[in-house]
Design a binder for this molecule. Structure first.
Ligand code: HEM
Ligand code: HEM
Length: 162
């Protein structure tokens, strides 16, 4: 999933932070969703009524992730810094993040709009896994910056033309 680029484009950087904020936002607003879902099913509500902060932020995250993935496939990305093992971990870590970023809101939307109560638990599990991997990712970015001084963190702040 990488090309010969030396950094991320301005658009890629903007999308990275928009998606990160929306995912953290969706996670912090998950409280009470189980109850809302049961009410929705019992009262037989359909359509977009009863949308919550959680479903709106999660839905927006999904839309931006799709745009981000398309931009990523067209633009490419720089090689991760570090020794081969660290590079491999970064490549697979990023692939895992993309997978979870797509799966979490998708499962949430099927649970909510399709009123599939049984999927709720799987959605919750995937959502928690996404947060866990994202926190590991954040710690790795800090480690690159503080220990290896290789400029990885700055790549997500200053755009490069190629
Ligand atoms: C990246 C986006 C998302 C993340 C990280 C996320 C995370 C979570 C988490 C951690 C829970 C567990 C809440 C609890 O039981 O206390 C939850 C519940 C739920 N979420 Fe999401 N969510 C996301 C997107 C969405 C979207 C887009 C929808 C619907 C359009 C949605 C619908 C629901 C529903 C219905 C529940 C209740 C499930 C149940 O208790 O059975 N989520 N979500
Ligand atoms: C929900 C939160 C987040 C998600 C889902 C996420 C996801 C990702 C993904 C998938 C990439 C790879 C980009 C690509 O190659 O297309 C990436 C890169 C990066 N992220 Fe995040 N990120 C999140 C939060 C953060 C935070 C909080 C930080 C900083 C502390 C951060 C710092 C970085 C850096 C520095 C890179 C570039 C890595 C490199 O060039 O090797 N991310 N992020």
């Amino acid at each position: 999933m990488s090309t010969e680029r030396t950094g991320y484009s301005g658009l890629q950087i903007a999308l990275h932070w928009i998606v990160a904020i929306l995912i953290f936002g969706a996670w912090f607003t998950h409280e009470g969703m189980g109850r809302a879902l049961r009410q929705r099913i019992e009262q037989d509500l359909t359509g977009f009524d009863g949308a919550t902060l959680h479903t709106m932020m999660g839905g927006a995250a999904f839309a931006f992730v799709i745009v981000r993935l398309i931009v990523r496939l067209r633009t490419g990305a720089p090689e991760p810094h570090g020794p081969p093992m660290v590079q491999l971990a970064a490549t697979w870590g990023h692939r895992l993040l993309y997978t979870l970023m797509i799966l979490a809101p998708l499962l949430g939307a099927i649970t909510w709009y399709g009123k599939v109560e049984a999927l709720g638990e799987i959605h919750e599990l995937v959502g928690q896994a996404l947060m866990l991997v994202a926190i590991g990712h954040l710690l790795m970015a800090m480690l690159h910056q503080a220990l290896w001084l290789d400029g990885t963190l700055m790549r997500m702040f200053s755009p490069s033309k190629e």
